[in-house]
Design a protein around this ligand. Structure first.
Ligand SMILES: [Zn+2]
Length: 477
């Protein structure tokens, strides 16, 4: 702000022009020119304002109306001092937003103050956002569209919407309440709002259907609201509720009123970026579910058993699902979304089963490892059947399997399980599977036979060569 402007900003305002408007046909009581003028004179006196000019408009002459209004603006612009415009009420000065920008610009520059007597509102360059909001709301009320509404309730709705207030039942994740003055208010539902947020975040991963998201939310403890003894039926939680939640912009700060989005005054639960991402996924899902499923499979988060376990009942692939328990820990479950009755299984439990039955059984002492490796690598040197790099990785994988699986992240676990397992299905909480060759033969053989088994089945490593090559193995400490 320049020094020159600052001076203008701080100029005291002690000169006023008055602006009055009256309908020539309806000289309603208290609205006549004389009555209006009298009120304004008294007001200016009480505020210490000297009246320097009067603009009186008779409504029937529309052309004269605009002409005088423009004259007034030009008059103010031509003055060096700050000028107060004093009017009886907002609808005397302006009936539409079109006049607002010019008036607001002059206000911000400290050229004018506007005194709305009836509304007890003085607008100056010091006005707060609430004052400006109130002014805009009054202009909305003065707008002929609103005035033409005879219904008081409707007017009150417009009034509240303009102030960013929601009417009626708050969306799930919020609660209707009353502030200390007894006015209706909406606050965050501390119990449900975090779950609503998690639902958006989970859905944004692209892994969920509405049904799986509902399961997720229900596990987190999301319930419908009950409304005490009122007759209102709580909205049952079903996948339609999920869609309602995911499509409601209220959570990021705007409310939908008659097809329009209006910013509301309540706390937000999510940001717009997350909301927009969810809308994209909702749209993509409705366009092509199958396409998205393929996309997800390759692009999203990794899970140990993803694309590995089939349902023992219906043969569908089982899908990952995350659960947050009371201790805030996240658990991965695999479930069948085919509604076949197959119970879900904890990923960790399945890994423990495999560790007991497979991983830990492959243990080799360092001496045996060196002995076996020497023979196998030497044999391969002559046959050139497989790259030495692959063979060494394969040997280290066997030696450290239990350790590697415990240390690995889900993506690596998934790669190793792909190398080890085939025909993997879940029956109840137990995994049924076959091991790929040569792991299957090694598991049931004496250590002394391992050299021969590996050498004789070395061609089987061909099928999993790329998987082994991709492994980023960390040697046992
Ligand atoms: Zn199934």
């Amino acid at each position: 702000m320049s020094k020159k402007n600052q001076n203008l900003f701080e100029t005291e305002c002690n000169e006023a022009i008055i602006f009055a408007r009256v309908s020539s046909e309806k000289q309603e009581k208290g609205a006549s020119i004389d009555a209006q003028k009298e009120c304004i004179y008294e007001y200016c006196k009480s505020k210490g304002l000297k009246i320097i000019k009067e603009y009186i408009i008779t409504e029937s002459t529309m052309r004269g109306d605009r002409k005088q209004y423009k004259e007034m603006i030009d008059f103010i612009k031509g003055r060096k001092q700050k000028t107060a415009i004093v009017v009886n009420c907002v609808d005397r000065l302006q009936r539409s937003y079109s006049d607002t920008p010019i008036l607001d610009d002059m206000r911000k520059k400290g050229k004018i103050e506007i005194h709305f007597m009836k509304e007890c509102l003085i607008l100056s360059n010091h006005s707060t956002g609430m004052d400006i909001l109130f002014w805009n709301m009054c202009v909305l009320m003065a707008n002929s569209y609103v005035l033409s509404l005879s219904d008081n309730v409707r007017r009150s709705l417009e009034y509240n919407w303009a102030k960013g207030k929601w009417q009626g039942l708050a969306p799930l994740g919020y609660l209707n309440t009353r502030d200390n003055k007894g006015n209706a208010h909406i606050i965050i539902d501390e119990e449900r709002a975090p779950i609503i947020k998690r639902m958006f975040e989970e859905y944004a991963t692209g892994l969920h259907s509405a049904q799986s998201l509902l399961t997720f939310a229900t596990h987190l403890g999301l319930t419908a609201r009950t409304f005490g003894n009122t007759n209102r039926h709580p909205h049952p939680l079903n996948y339609n509720t999920v869609y309602e939640i995911l499509r409601n912009p209220f959570y990021y700060g705007v409310m939908k009123v008659k097809g329009k989005l209006i910013p509301h005054i309540y706390d937000k639960i999510i940001d717009k970026k997350l909301y927009d991402r969810v809308q994209l996924i909702l749209e993509a899902k409705s366009i092509d579910r199958e396409f998205l499923a393929k996309q997800q499979k390759y692009k999203t988060r990794k899970f140990a058993f993803r694309s590995i376990i089939r349902c023992g009942k219906c043969n569908h692939f089982m899908s990952p699902d995350c659960k947050i328990k009371k201790n805030k820990m996240s658990y991965v479950y695999f479930r069948c979304y085919n509604n076949c009755g197959q119970p879900s299984a904890n990923s960790k439990t399945l890994l423990n089963q495999l560790d007991n039955e497979v991983f830990s059984k492959f243990y080799i002492s360092d001496d045996d490892f060196i002995d076996i490796s020497k023979s196998v690598i030497n044999h391969n040197k002559h046959s050139h059947y497989i790259k030495q790099e692959i063979l060494i990785k394969f040997l280290i994988l066997i030696r450290d399997l239990s350790y590697i699986m415990k240390e690995a992240n889900a993506g690596m676990q998934n790669e190793i399980l792909t190398i080890l397992l085939k025909d993997c299905s879940l029956n109840g909480k137990t995994l049924s599977y076959n091991l790929r060759s040569p792991f299957d033969k090694l598991l049931v053989s004496q250590l002394s036979d391992w050299k021969d088994i590996i050498i004789n089945n070395i061609k089987d490593l061909d099928a999993i060569e790329y998987n082994i090559k991709a492994l980023n193995l960390v040697e046992r400490k």
